[in-house]
Design a protein around this ligand. Structure first.
Ligand code: SF4
Ligand code: SF4
Length: 369
């Protein structure tokens, strides 16, 4: 297994990390037998970084980590990362949440402790509820080794968060799709220029880069039919020099074996390999998407229809075969704000800088629902 020494803190970790948020399930519950076998294989392969959170698997992920990892393997053969949920900490108290997490995990020491889902406004929230103070006290008491944060905010807000504290590490969403099509490069540069340890999440974009549109899959299979699309995404991330750990939320043993193979040892993408990924991005850009930039200029819709969110969900179906939009549309959007509420007033179309025929596109999408 490829190992890596993190900058500043000097901790040695495996470059491949296991995210405990997409474990195999049965009737909505973690399938322990299957998931434990995956953990055993990862430990055997030398994977040392395991990432969980208070909220994962409806609160069951930390309990799973206690039983499958901490209870069954030598404590010095791995490190565990978990996260403080600011919303829950506000309700229960930050110290109470932390104590609960240690109890659920069954360990006296949490190696990597993150403020969960930070964005530009979260620093104030964190201070107000005393989350940072608790984390620092717990570090002084030896109950936490390193403090960091996971970031889901806008790229422009990241410098403010990075400079707010003397963080030991940072966890970012990063993948080739967000690098070439979003703010990934800026986020990466902001972290690496400060020389703090960088853990990457969503290298396969929630699985979307593994089950993407056939045009993209063809680019990869033409380049090498023996390599999975997910392995291209994982290796692209691992090839960035400033990344210490690439987290993968593995869901079955075949994903474990695929990842272990590519990180034992890790071979960076060649120039030819980088060109393959760029061709895949060209194929993404050529897909028949609704050209919505999520500028939100159409937010004055009198029916409060979340137009960019709907277009984004429809585009994700085309790009990634993602079903979240179809599955959750009627749960997430109130009936009075669904497409059927559109009165064809035209306010949105007058405001849209992309000239999208919004009313017609919404009607088409409604038919598919
Ligand atoms: S046309 Fe429909 S979607 Fe557009 S602003 Fe009017 S009600 Fe909202
Ligand atoms: S105004 Fe047009 S481009 Fe902007 S969010 Fe609305 S639909 Fe998308």
């Amino acid at each position: 297994m490829e190992m890596r020494q993190m900058p500043r803190i000097g901790e040695t970790v495996s470059r491949l990390g296991m995210g405990l948020m997409r474990l195999p399930t049965n009737d909505g519950k973690i399938h322990y037998e299957e998931a434990e076998a995956m953990i055993d294989r990862l430990i055997e392969a030398g994977v040392t970084y395991y990432d969980t959170a208070f909220m994962y698997h409806g609160g069951e992920s930390e309990t799973f980590a206690k039983k499958a990892l901490i209870g069954r393997h030598k404590r010095d053969s791995f490190t565990i990362a978990t996260k403080m949920p600011l919303g829950e900490a506000e309700k229960m108290g930050a110290q109470a949440i932390f104590d609960k997490q240690q109890e659920k995990l069954g360990t006296d020491v949490i190696d990597f402790y993150l403020m969960h889902g930070i964005n530009g406004g979260s620093i104030d929230h964190m201070n107000r509820i005393g989350a940072d103070e608790v984390a620092r006290k717990m570090k002084e008491a030896g109950r936490i080794r390193y403090i960091g944060f996971s970031y889901h905010g806008a790229a422009d807000d990241l410098p403010k968060v990075l400079d707010a504290y003397d963080w030991d590490f940072c966890q970012l969403q990063l993948n080739y799709f967000d690098w070439y099509g979003g703010d990934g490069e800026k986020l990466y540069n902001d972290v690496t220029s400060r020389k703090i340890a960088l853990v990457v999440m969503e290298p396969v974009r929630g699985g979307g880069l593994a089950r993407c549109h056939p045009d993209i899959l063809k680019v990869f299979s033409d380049a090498d039919p023996n390599l999975s699309p997910a392995s291209w995404a994982m290796r692209w991330c691992g090839s960035l020099p400033g990344i210490d750990v690439v987290l993968s939320g593995m869901s079955d043993m075949s994903q474990v074996e695929d990842n272990v193979r590519h990180f034992s040892p890790f071979v960076p993408l060649t120039d030819d390999g980088q060109e393959v990924v760029k061709r895949a991005m060209d194929a993404f850009k050529a897909l028949p998407l609704v050209p919505c930039t999520e500028c939100n200029y159409c937010a004055k819709c009198p029916q409060s229809i979340p137009i960019p969110r709907i277009f984004g969900g429809r585009n994700d179906i085309v790009r990634f075969g993602s079903s979240w939009f179809m599955t959750n549309y009627r749960n997430w959007i109130k009936p009075e704000n669904q497409i059927s509420a559109c009165t064809a007033c035209g306010t949105c179309e007058a405001a849209c800088p992309q000239g999208i025929n919004i009313i017609e596109r919404l009607k088409e999408i409604e038919k598919t629902l």
